[in-house]
Design a protein around this ligand. Structure first.
Ligand SMILES: Cc1cc2nc3c(=O)[nH]c(=O)nc-3n(C[C@H](O)[C@H](O)[C@H](O)COP(=O)(O)OP(=O)(O)OC[C@H]3O[C@@H](n4cnc5c(N)ncnc54)[C@H](O)[C@@H]3O)c2cc1C
Length: 458
């Protein structure tokens, strides 16, 4: 897929991949072998957490019927332009693609993106509303889990209200993933699509503060909690409280949601220095390091305690970061941050690491090399070492139970230990992916439908 030139794109926040044309999409779709189902199952569909009928939609593109393709995709996925951009396809549907055994797998994700963009650019096609069902559902949080649960329930005929703490809906899609990977106009268009199904979205309402889950249960037949993993993890090393040390969440929220990149139109307080060190090796770390360059950093470093092979970030994100000039310092871990007399970070002290035996994650455990400490001059540090579940709702809701990691305990269907309360996404799994959050929202929507039916009729 054509992309913006790295030298150019590092100076702007425009999207990096430019998308397929109709001809290139059809040519790519023609690579699909239309494999016969094995024991009634289509293997690429088994790799999709929301179960899109991939061979059927790819066939429609092959035949030039893009509307037909999007119709098939939307039976299962209400956020296709988002998934077509950020899903880790290489580990899901594309990993199962038979073409991938000898050649490149069919670019299923890019084809999904193409079909969704084609439809959006020509005006949205809202599915017919079913007969309305008797029942009201409250959804807490408007990330991919909440949006999916809400959309599925609205399509079943329920009256659904989403309550969102922030001023704009979309969750991490809106406040976390940068514009150059996921343009916000696309998130808004897909959130508007969910609204067009009849879902009411109320923003600026923090559930667990003025309104509790128990209050919601008085007004609604069921509640779905999709409050995500928005609590930043810290290393708890000296100097983390210095000015100029950000959590990835704060850094990206200021830039994405509060549009710090649109200065002076948006005058968001943010200071991005000349030498920026991002700690971590996941997608979030890549997003921070690339964002720092776009915000004017002269040197943007990734400090990661293992090697590139163990990095959890998608290969494409690592490649994009390298092309843009991000400098990777591998097998190093920060031990403290050193500030000036005014309390601003000026240096990071690191220790070199070597890899030992595999740990519980299956990756080789990093071990500090004694006496290998060194310092680097920095004026900004971004800590991107993961997020934990948002604790507010679980803490404010009697009857909900959580694991030691803070995730809400649910059964297979997303039902919590509190009657009528379901949950899914990062708040139950811990920080994961958009499509897994959507899969959990879908499963819970089906369970809520059964729960309300039983409550009302049986
Ligand atoms: C920077 C970054 C980059 C990422 N990149 C990718 C990627 O490329 N691909 C991928 O698949 N995944 C990626 N992820 C992970 C993915 O975004 C998450 O797994 C996914 O968004 C989880 O969805 P969710 O609906 O569970 O929660 P979220 O998206 O976190 O949404 C939760 C929502 O609930 C709201 N909320 C929280 N508490 C309350 C409350 N008390 N009352 C009301 N509302 C509340 C929050 O404001 C938020 O809007 C990334 C994550 C980050 C942070």
């Amino acid at each position: 897929m054509p992309e913006q030139d790295p030298k150019q794109r590092v100076k702007n926040f425009d999207e990096v991949p430019l998308g397929y044309s109709l001809d290139t999409a059809i040519a790519e779709a023609k690579r699909c072998l239309e494999c016969k189902p094995q024991k009634g199952r289509k293997i690429c569909v088994d790799g999709c957490p929301v179960g899109i009928d991939i061979p059927a939609f790819v066939k429609q593109i092959k035949e030039g019927n893009i509307e037909g393709a999007i119709h098939i995709i939307k039976k299962k996925n209400n956020l296709p332009a988002i998934c077509g951009r950020v899903c880790p396809y290489e580990d899901q549907c594309e990993k199962m693609c038979v073409m991938g055994v000898k050649f490149e797998p069919v670019a299923i994700g890019r084809l999904e993106r193409f079909a969704a963009d084609y439809e959006r650019e020509r005006g949205l096609n809202v599915p017919e509303k079913p007969v309305s069902k008797d029942g009201r559902v409250a959804v807490v949080g408007s990330g991919p889990a909440g949006l999916t649960a809400a959309a599925d329930l609205a399509r079943m005929g329920y009256k659904v209200t989403i309550f969102e703490a922030l001023h704009e809906a979309g969750g991490v899609l809106m406040y976390g993933i940068p514009e150059f990977r996921l343009p916000k106009k696309i998130v808004r268009a897909e959130v508007d699509y969910v609204r067009s199904l009849g879902v009411d979205i109320k923003t600026d309402i923090v559930i667990g503060k003025t309104i509790t889950i128990d209050d919601l249960l008085e007004e609604f037949d069921a509640v779905f909690i999709g409050t995500g993993a928005g609590l930043p993890n810290w290393m708890n090393i000296p100097g983390e409280n210095l000015s100029g040390v950000y959590s990835a969440n704060e850094f990206l929220t200021r830039i994405n949601l509060m549009r710090a990149y649109n200065f002076p139109e948006y005058d968001t307080p943010i200071r991005v220095g000349k030498k920026v060190a991002t700690i971590g090796g996941g997608n979030v770390a890549m997003d921070c390091a690339r964002t720092a360059l776009r915000m004017g950093a002269e040197e943007s470093y990734i400090l990661y305690r293992r090697t590139e092979k163990e990095m959890p970030a998608r290969i494409e994100e690592i490649e994009h970061a390298k092309e843009e000039g991000v400098i990777f310092k591998l097998l190093v871990a920060p031990t403290r941050y050193i500030g000036d007399e005014k309390g601003w970070v000026r240096q990071v002290e690191c220790v070199r690491m070597e890899l030992g035996e595999p740990d519980a994650s299956g990756r080789r455990r990093p071990i500090p090399v004694k006496g290998s400490e060194f310092t680097m001059d920095v004026d900004t540090v971004i800590v991107a070492i993961g997020q934990s579940p948002n604790p507010l709702v679980p803490k404010a809701t009697p009857g909900l139970q959580t694991t030691e990691e803070g995730t809400i305990i649910v059964n297979e269907e997303g039902l919590t230990l509190k009657e009528g309360v379901f949950a899914g996404g990062d708040i139950t799994s811990g920080a994961a992916t958009v499509i897994l959050a959507m899969g959990a929202g879908k499963k819970a929507a089906a369970a809520i439908d059964r729960y309300i039916f039983t409550k009302k009729c049986g």
